[in-house]
Design a protein around this ligand. Structure first.
Ligand code: SAM
Length: 213
């Protein structure tokens, strides 16, 4: 049903370029579910999907694991409206938030309130640390979907995480069955402290001047 809603929504707005069912299963659905396969999301975990777009990875995670308490966050309201309609039609419950991550992370209802922050295809690793770690409470984890180039981003990501009250744990392989040539990994950053008030910086700055670079 979610795939059908994506096809229907894509006729009205740009949601995804991957809609051929078999490829969507691998590239979107199985890819999104990697943290479940790796046992990274405990029962009932609170998770924010930063830059969720058409709902990746949050929607496949919620479909498979309706125990998760997910907040879908995106700066583009038309995508949030699509997700609100999709949640209703799928009979699922979740929160949605139309905001820039930099602004949402300053709100008391969201700052350091989550067990996990997930994000796929949103920014380079150092920028992502600043867009995700402020949402995560001490003891939680930021999970970023990355490709083969992640090794080049790790030094800056480690420095950025350190400034934000986090510690990069490293990457774990997230292979997709039948797609051995896709080098997909998850970059895991543990929230080991508190994010200083100065972060995240104002909207746009984490992308333009990534910490640690
Ligand atoms: N995560 C989805 C996926 O993997 O298909 C969408 C990826 S899309 C390339 C990036 C999304 O991140 C867009 O929907 C964009 O609006 C959102 N985005 C980028 N920067 C953001 C920010 N600072 N705060 C909130 N959303 C942001």
């Amino acid at each position: 049903l979610y795939h059908a809603l994506l096809v229907e929504g894509n006729a009205r707005m740009n949601l995804t370029t991957v809609l051929e069912p078999e490829e969507a299963v691998d590239r979107h659905f199985l890819d999104s579910l990697a943290p479940v396969a790796l046992g990274l999301l405990p029962q009932g975990a609170r998770a924010v999907d930063v830059g969720t777009g058409a709902g990746f990875p949050g929607m496949p995670l919620l479909i498979l694991r309706p125990d998760l308490q997910i907040t879908f966050l995106d700066a583009l309201n038309k995508r949030i409206l699509f997700l609100e309609d999709a949640l209703k039609r799928l009979g699922l419950t979740a929160a949605t938030l139309h905001a820039r991550a930099e602004d949402a992370a300053k709100m008391a209802a969201h700052r350091e309130q989550y067990d996990a922050a997930v994000s796929r295809a949103v920014a380079n690793a150092a920028t992502l640390e600043e867009l995700t770690l402020p949402f995560v409470q001490k003891g939680g984890v930021a999970i970023a979907w990355k490709g083969p180039g992640v090794a080049d981003e790790l030094t800056a990501a480690r420095r950025a995480a350190f400034l934000l009250g986090g510690t990069v744990r490293g990457t774990v392989d997230a292979p997709i069955p039948r797609r051995a040539d896709w080098a997909h990994v998850l970059l895991l950053t543990d929230k080991t402290g508190t994010t200083p008030k100065a972060y995240p910086r104002k909207a746009g700055t984490p992308g333009k001047k990534p910490l640690g670079i």
